[in-house]
Design a protein around this ligand. Structure first.
Ligand SMILES: NC(=O)c1ccc[n+]([C@@H]2O[C@H](COP(=O)([O-])OP(=O)(O)OC[C@H]3O[C@@H](n4cnc5c(N)ncnc54)[C@H](OP(=O)(O)O)[C@@H]3O)[C@@H](O)[C@H]2O)c1
Length: 268
């Protein structure tokens, strides 16, 4: 297989660029690549970001809306005729309360995190095939290493992301297209700023962006960080089920939620 195309020759498409990891990735990648197309729904947030770089092009899109992604692909095709790398980073997180189980929450999370990745891949793949050596990168989460409490929707979506990408890797190798899975631990972004539980070893979005670019340059299949955190999580995930379940049940807050619910019911 040929060597990867150097970053400074690459045309890249990044989704989820309007905040958090995507915003930090834009600032870190733009000075190092040929052209960077940035997508998200909030064009108002993409504008100041693009203004900081002369090779960043705004490509507003909703990853749950296939048509908006095909429009971006058409723009990239018309301007460059191919795409070297797509970084499917856009995603969402909602935690489940089993005392108030809501299927609509699952639809929202799975539609964005799973179908959003599939839709992005569908739009990008024909252009990646026109590159000398295409590269599909998806952002999963370290949560897929261990089935944590309240992560039934988010964790399931990111487990699907990991499975999808590994399966794509099996089929895309013959097309000279590389595939990587990114599994961050906790990163300080608007997505985690709302969390009301401890987030051990949380790192900045800038550090996350550096770790992702390092993995991209080396074309590592699995780009995970911070390593101490992801290795601990992976290790717990490999323990015998009875031990694993004891650990994750001890983290659950169902008792607390039940007490709150009883208190609300007796007040009303
Ligand atoms: N932060 C962490 O600790 C952490 C850990 C593991 C994995 N991750 C993953 O890392 C990725 C980035 O997360 P983040 O922490 O940087 O979160 P964030 O700051 O909330 O950013 C999420 C990005 O995704 C975009 N997005 C969400 N829904 C979209 C949609 N339907 N269409 C287009 N864009 C959409 C948002 O833009 P608009 O709202 O403008 O559309 C935003 O740019 C996600 O896939 C997340 O699951 C994060």
């Amino acid at each position: 297989m040929s060597n990867p195309i150097p970053l400074d020759d690459q045309v890249i498409w990044l989704t989820g660029a309007s905040s958090g990891i995507g915003e930090a990735l834009t600032d870190a990648l733009a000075p190092r690549c040929r052209a960077l197309f940035i997508s998200a729904r909030s064009e108002d947030k993409l504008k100041p970001l693009a203004a900081r770089h002369d090779n960043v092009i705004i490509a507003t899109a909703d990853i749950t809306d296939e048509e908006s992604l095909y429009k971006v692909a058409k723009i990239i095709d018309e301007k460059y005729g191919h795409l070297d790398t797509v970084i499917a980073n856009a995603g969402t997180c909602e935690y489940v309360d089993v005392t108030d189980f809501d299927a609509a929450l699952f639809r929202r999370v799975l539609d964005t995190n799973v179908m959003g990745l599939v839709n992005t891949t569908a739009a990008a793949l024909p252009l990646l095939r026109k590159s000398e050596r295409g590269y599909l990168i998806g952002v999963g989460s370290s949560v897929s290493m261990l089935a944590m409490p309240r992560a039934q929707a988010y964790g399931a979506s990111k487990a699907a992301v990991a499975h999808f990408l590994e399966s794509m890797k099996a089929d895309l190798t013959a097309m000279n297209i590389d595939v990587s899975l990114v599994s961050p631990g906790f990163v300080k972004t608007p997505l985690t700023d709302v969390n009301d539980f401890p987030m051990p070893m949380r790192i900045s979005a800038e550090k996350a962006a550096d770790a992702i670019i390092d993995g991209i340059e080396k074309r590592h299949w699995h780009i995970h960080f911070p390593k101490t955190f992801t290795r601990i999580l992976w290790f717990i995930g490999q323990l015998p089920a009875f031990l694993r379940h004891r650990i994750t049940a001890s983290m659950s807050r169902t008792d607390e939620a039940l007490k709150q619910r009883h208190a609300q019911e007796s007040d009303s």
